[in-house]
Write a protein that binds this ligand. Structure first.
Ligand code: UDP
Ligand code: MG
Length: 320
């Protein structure tokens, strides 16, 4: 049994160019945790920010011994930053949340309450319209394709989650480098429960997800969780082969009837169609080979360039 008095909650927060936001976020989170009288640590991961984020994190960690700051050697992306945070977290339960307060910290006590009831994964599910209306159509399309291909329902899922120590330890045994936190943590199983929250407006700064990063994440997610696109190619190929047989009989009949020249349009259309399908298929296979290539190389997900934390006695340590 867990001793309630000695339990520690870890909060993992990735930051990328959040200088306008960091101090407010850390203060808000701290307020919630201290009001609840919880033993906690905050794992703040600076995902290679180019602004003052790291200096601000250092100031905060200097002042509050419960903040442990880690700086990645470049912008490895939010997924890698979450992995770094999970690797560093020491708590009995680990909560992952965004650094821009869009995941409202006032849900934290409720998450911990559910965890104490015995749930090992507590998942935040987005409700309401939320501020990201312009992304909704694309997001819905992606999630519906993702569900058809992988069987995992992610609609309205978020990265706002609590994981029990056991789940985090198992997470660390997952060898794949291109992780997709939302889906992988759902795939892991364990005793789970979800709660609804409304995504808050961003307080400052703007979203760090460009279109390219989002497309990259979507492709990684799909190829990481499903090989159906590869099988789909073969099915399309078979259908086109059947059409091809039908058309060749027609063409031969016309040829023997001496009316061959009229088929020219068909030839051009077929050329275009088949050519494009071959290119799409090759591209798709290329995407899988690319993801195999990256997994086979097995490069680390991130490098930590600098750290700052205090030990029990309050002595500071770190490197940079
Ligand atoms: N983030 C990160 N690395 C990145 C992009 C984003 O660590 O390359 C962090 C960002 O600082 C924030 C969280 O991930 O704490 C969510 O990012 P953002 O608010 O830009 O995403 P959105 O809310 O638009 O989905
Ligand atoms: Mg955000």
């Amino acid at each position: 049994m867990r001793h309630r008095n000695s339990e520690v909650i870890s909060l993992v927060i990735p930051f990328y160019n959040e200088a306008d936001q960091i101090v407010l976020t850390l203060e808000t989170v701290r307020g919630v945790l201290e009001q609840e009288d919880l033993a906690y640590e905050i794992i703040a991961v600076d995902d290679g920010s180019e602004d003052d984020s790291w200096d601000l994190l250092l100031d905060s960690a200097e002042e509050n011994g419960r903040i442990r700051a880690f700086r990645l050697s470049k912008n490895f992306g939010k997924e890698a930053a979450i992995c770094a945070g999970l690797d560093q977290a020491l708590g009995d339960a680990v909560i992952v949340m965004d650094g821009d307060l869009q995941h409202p910290p006032h849900y934290i006590p409720q998450m911990i309450h559910l965890w104490r009831q015995g749930y090992q994964v507590v998942e935040g599910v987005k409700t309401g319209r939320g501020p990201q209306a312009e992304n909704r159509l694309a997001a819905r399309l992606f999630y519906s394709i993702f569900r058809k291909m992988s069987g995992i329902q992610l609609r309205n899922a978020s990265d706002f989650k609590l994981l029990d120590r056991k789940v985090v330890d198992y997470w660390k045994t997952i060898p794949e480098k291109d992780t997709f936190f939302r889906a992988l943590s759902a795939w892991m199983g364990f005793k789970r429960v979800s709660f609804s929250f409304t995504v808050e407006e961003r307080q400052a700064g703007k979203s760090k997800w460009g279109l390219r990063k989002l497309i990259r994440l979507s492709i990684n997610a799909l190829t990481g969780f499903s090989s159906r696109p590869l099988i789909l190619i073969s099915s399309i190929g078979t259908i086109f082969l059947l059409i091809f047989f039908g058309l060749s009989i027609q063409t031969l009949v016309r040829y023997f009837q001496g009316r061959a020249a009229t088929g020219f349009t068909t030839v051009i259309l077929l050329q275009l169609l088949i050519g494009s399908i071959i290119l799409i298929s090759l591209g798709l296979i290329g995407i899988y080979i690319d993801s195999l290539f990256r997994e086979v190389k097995a490069r680390p997900r991130y490098f930590i360039e600098a750290t700052f934390e205090r030990d029990e006695a309050g002595k500071a340590s770190g490197y940079d």
